[in-house]
Design a protein around this ligand. Sequence first.
Ligand code: ADP
Length: 447
Amino acid sequence: MLQKILIANRGEIALRVLRACKELGIQTVVVHSTADADAMHVRLADEAVCIGPPPSRDSYLNIHQIVAACEITGADAVHPGYGFLSENAKFSDILAAHNITFIGPSGDHIRMMGDKIEAKRTAKRLGIPVVPGSDGAVSDEGEARRIAADIGYPVIIKASAGGGGRGMKVAHSEADLEVALATARSEAGAAFGDDAVYIEKYLEKPRHIELQVFGDGAGNGVHFGERDCSLQRRHQKVWEEALSPALNDASREHIGTICANAVAELGYSGAGTIEFLYENGEFYFIEMNTRLQVEHPITEAITGIDLVHEQIRVASGSGLSVRQSDIRFQGHAIECRINAEDARTFVPSPGTITHFHTPGGLGIRVDSGVYSGYRIPPYYDSLIGKLIVHGRNRVECMMRLRRALDEFVVDGINTTLPLFRDLVGNHDIADGNYDIHWLEKYLAKAS
Ligand code: ADP
């Protein structure tokens, strides 16, 4: 087993990882910027190292400082959480060169999946169904026109290096194509330093369904079922459910087996998420994330398995604690992402939380690093906590969620809690009847 893990992240996920380490009896080191000296995980860790000023590039993204913190404290592994350096292949390689274990897949697997064109090619090779589209990067307009005519409008132009929903442009007809191509390329170049883009069929009413997978690095792969993350705003997830209200056991088994086999064949190590759009009963691969996801707790709720423990086991070389036949799905879970933002305009609302009271009771989990009197720094993303609710079935889960949302108090700042209180009473949501555009349409109507 690993002796001492350095947590290279902040906020709720740093605390989440810290809790797993404590349970396993592993020493913890946290690194933090000057803006996070008062954070909960910094207080609870065995050791803390300040690695720089507030801007992420000078602290949470500063590889040299983080490696130096490992050497000073004698940490033998790094957990990157999500975001920041979690999908940075160079970071994984540098740690390996220093004999420090990266709790995640190899640099080569991160690189392969970080390049979406390469990821799609790999997925296809492994028998995973993909969205119809160009075979690789598309640079000239003539080629784009031919491909779009071939797959049929509407099409979407996407950045190969894309992430966070940026660098995507839809073209509804040939007249839109030139502008869409040029804008997507320039956005991609500015955001990612790589202007390679590709084209795929724009699916009009899909759901976003993703499979949680794990590899042990020794040729074994399992899946932990799916999460439905269709409720999105600007391609960002807002509310997630496991399992999906849209799948049945047969379709789950079918796509789950394909994904688990793919992970095994790749020799993949650690946690991964294979994301699909799902329309008219068909799955279409869009990307694979090579890290733990924000929404992983809903999978933990329905399987009873601690995914961070599994990550640590795999990274230590102890393998997974479960085989596919051990993984059973029980009940239903929903996660609401509580952001420090106005619930209507989504304008960020940093500041001091004057009062923070979390709900409790059967089936309720709150993952959050904030507390009464905590001052939210303005430098980082606005997620302040996640409410995760589990019930024996979807109806019970929704009943508990409604009650938990009523109990939740966050004073002093604006949060997205009022949005969830609206959603939990909505008929379409109650019926599980929504696609990836539902939330934006709902918000447009409400404003
Ligand atoms: P990112 O890595 O930036 O999050 P993804 O490829 O995961 O990009 O796509 C994010 C979201 O964008 C999806 O969940 C979906 O809402 C939308 N999207 C992506 N590709 C398509 C497509 N071909 N058709 C329709 N919507 C899409």
